[in-house]
Design a binder for this molecule. Sequence first.
Ligand code: SAJ
Length: 437
Amino acid sequence: MNQTTLLSKIESKDLRVVVLGMGYVGLPLAMVFAEAGFDVTGVDPITEKVAMLNRGESYIKDVPSDQVTRWVQAGTFRATTDFAAIRAADAVSICVPTPLRKTGDPDLSYIISATDELARYVHPGMVVVLESTTYPGTTREILLPKLQQAADLRIGENFFLAFSPERVDPGRKDWTTINTPKVIGGITPACTEIASAWYGQAVQTVVPVSSAEVAEMAKLLENTFRMINIGLVNELAIMCERLGVDVWEVIEAAATKPFGFMKFTPGPGLGGHCIPIDPLYLSWKLRSLNYTARFIELASEINTGMPRYVVGKVQDALNEHRKALKGSRVLVLGIAYKPDIDDLRESPALDVIGLLMQKGAEVSYHDPHIPHFKHDGFTLQSVKDLMVSVREADCVVIVTNHSAYDYKVILENAALIVDTRNALGAAGRDNPKVTRL
Ligand code: SAJ
């Protein structure tokens, strides 16, 4: 089967789609393809996930169960742990994790194992799109050779391979998989054309680019941009403290500029599964090319240093009240990596808590979205009665500013507060009980 046959299958929606990885990227994507009229099979190695999906149940907050039920009952979506489903597929999207190893190097094991499985079943007449965030060159250097060894595949003639970065922001309602523009870059122009035609049937806007590397790099720019600007305002907070200037007021003033400026705010560090990780894929790749990505490395150094900076603030605040950090009761408010979610991945709160414990503080936490957690060998439960714990604490540290908190009441009842998010606003400025970043 060649390009013409594939294009007609795409046009007629007869294309049989497989999505590898039923996570926060793959499941919404599978639903968007099903919505567009394609027959979709979700493949995931976790049997419980597969069983839930086949019962029409969703475990991803952005995907309502009735959406899964609709397509399961329509017979156009099912899930399986068996990669052999690829044998009958015409099109495959790979949506697997790309974390970092403990060493800080990229962990491509998920991409490699998915590609090895794919190579067992790939056949002429297929289009494959990698969505997982990775370093420029992965699609061409890792996927293409593995897949081409597998069968009589001629890239751009009877087999099409592209990269399209996922842009899923869990919990966001305004920009979702279907309406967020989708960048797509192929190994060859024909690959870009086929992948764009396929995705163009399902998402509102496709942005074809000239190569897989451009698409891989565009994603890294998106998230490196955020990481570096967050690092900039974190360093600005450190500089403003030395200057005796309120960094929050400075940022609010700068943000009145209606053009040429984008507001970021300082915080206790950088959490999440994207921003702290994706840029390190880029700096790692550049190191292999004997180039040091200094902006990324400097921003990463500043961002990863923020938890220690926050603990220093706690120490100084207690010291002002003739208390040692050692033995003091410190209550951490909010531990998710950003407000109003329950995701702990890479959360700086974990580093803040670990450092406070190392220095001998009696640490407790409260998070309305995270009742308990285990980290680095310790398990903590969210305190039962927030206000009792606020009153009992020698110092309260606002690490994640969930909107569920009544900051006015917390301010009234706390002896001391370190506010790392300007959650208290003006009430926290020039207040002897409050220390801000
Ligand atoms: N953070 C700051 N200051 C800021 C912004 C964020 O300290 O001004 C911290 C957050 O507290 C968090 C970390 O940085 O710990 C990352 O925050 P984020 O707002 O970037 O949220 P993420 O990690 O959920 O990023 C995702 C990204 N989406 C994808 O990669 C598909 C990012 O590109 C989005 O821009 C971002 O969501 C968003 O805008 O919500």
